[in-house]
Design a protein around this ligand. Structure first.
Ligand code: UDP
Length: 334
């Protein structure tokens, strides 16, 4: 096997699934996580966990000591409204921290870098599905902090022997189908997480943020991708970067189709056999009406195909994890 992969943020939601995908593919994995929002228990014990900030100057020694072939960089701050109220936190944790990590990678000669970017780099797209070459005009500091990192990657890859994949995630949801990890973040704000919290009695209702969008039923439309498919895309991206070291990639990660908020809640009702209480509310600041990936580039570039493009399946896996999380919390209290 050719080399160890370093996963930053590997104790978090998407990072922990990438760790599983890498281990399942037979890779050696070192996780770097400061455990501020992540959980040590979310890291598969087959991986080595180092509790450290990604900007720590000791990072280049760590990269050298483990002969790291690629960095998958998930660590960062991800709450859009918080990025509006505390922008410098986002420019610190996302942009500046990645600058420091890139400096360590360059110093250690790390050849490949895979970056968690976001559809928020597009802002409010002029058209959907939105493609990688379309204008990137972020409408919040979160999207801008990630777009600035994409710019650094481009420039660093031009100047140093490193190639990269910037993966622009659409709406990530669901959980490991084997029940090994899931979305465990405290105070999560994402629709499917909120809905399964309501389904398991942790909330009384689900707010529907905006019913007057120019969409088929007036609610926001998003491209929901199963977290395990997204994790698999990272493994495929690494293989591609290693196979063709002179090329870098910026790729949308989505299925190319959208569901409205009401369609998602219908799926949750179907899967749970419940009728969740829906509270119609006004729009959330900065929410675009519709965000759907043009995914032709990733399909053409990576040996990757969606395997879990099924909204009910995504909800089922998210729900199963939410129940496990409930058991875990009960166990800890009892
Ligand atoms: N949404 C909602 N109620 C919630 C959370 C989200 O109606 O409790 C809507 C939100 O306005 C958007 C969609 O669900 O149209 C997806 O939002 P989410 O926060 O999951 O992801 P985002 O697209 O903002 O990254």
């Amino acid at each position: 096997m050719d080399g160890t992969i370093l996963v930053t943020g590997g104790a978090g939601y998407i990072g922990s699934h990438a760790v599983l995908a890498l281990l399942d593919a037979g890779r050696e994995v070192v996780v770097v996580d400061n455990l501020v929002t992540g959980f040590a228990w979310a890291v598969d014990p087959r991986a080595t966990l180092v509790e450290m900030n990604v900007a720590d100057p000791r990072m280049s020694d760590l990269l050298r000591a483990h002969d790291i072939r690629a960095i998958m960089h998930f660590a960062g701050s991800v709450v859009v409204p918080e990025s509006v109220s505390d922008p410098l936190k986002y420019y610190e944790n996302n942009t500046a921290a990645t600058r420091a990590l890139l400096a360590s990678a360059v110093a250690a000669g790390t050849p490949h870098f895979i970056f968690s970017s976001t559809a928020a780099t597009y802002g409010t797209p002029d058209r959907v599905p939105v493609a990688e070459g379309d204008p990137t005009v972020p409408i919040n500091p979160y999207g801008m902090s990630k777009l600035m990192t994409e710019a650094m990657l481009r420039d660093v890859a031009a100047a140093h022997p490193m190639n990269y994949a910037a993966l622009r995630y659409f709406n990530v949801a669901g959980a490991d189908p084997q029940g090994r990890s899931g979305q465990s973040t405290v105070g999560a704000t994402h629709l499917i997480k909120i809905a399964v919290e309501a389904a398991t009695g942790k909330r009384n209702a689900v707010g529907v943020f905006g019913t007057d969008f120019p969409t088929r039923d007036g609610t926001g439309v998003r491209d929901y991708i199963h977290v395990s498919d997204l994790a698999a895309a990272h493994v495929a991206a690494f293989d591609q970067l290693a196979a063709e070291p002179a090329r870098s990639h910026t790729l949308n990660c989505g299925y190319g189709r959208g569901f409205s908020v009401l369609e998602v809640l219908d799926a949750v009702d179907r899967v749970t056999n419940l009728k969740l209480d829906r509270r119609l509310e006004s729009r959330r600041a900065g929410d675009p009406a519709e965000l759907i990936a043009d995914n032709r580039a990733i399909l053409a570039t990576l040996p990757w195909r969606p395997e879990r493009d099924d909204l009910d399946g995504i909800v089922r896996d998210a729900l199963a994890w939410e129940r496990r999380l409930g058991e875990r919390e009960k166990g800890r209290q009892g």
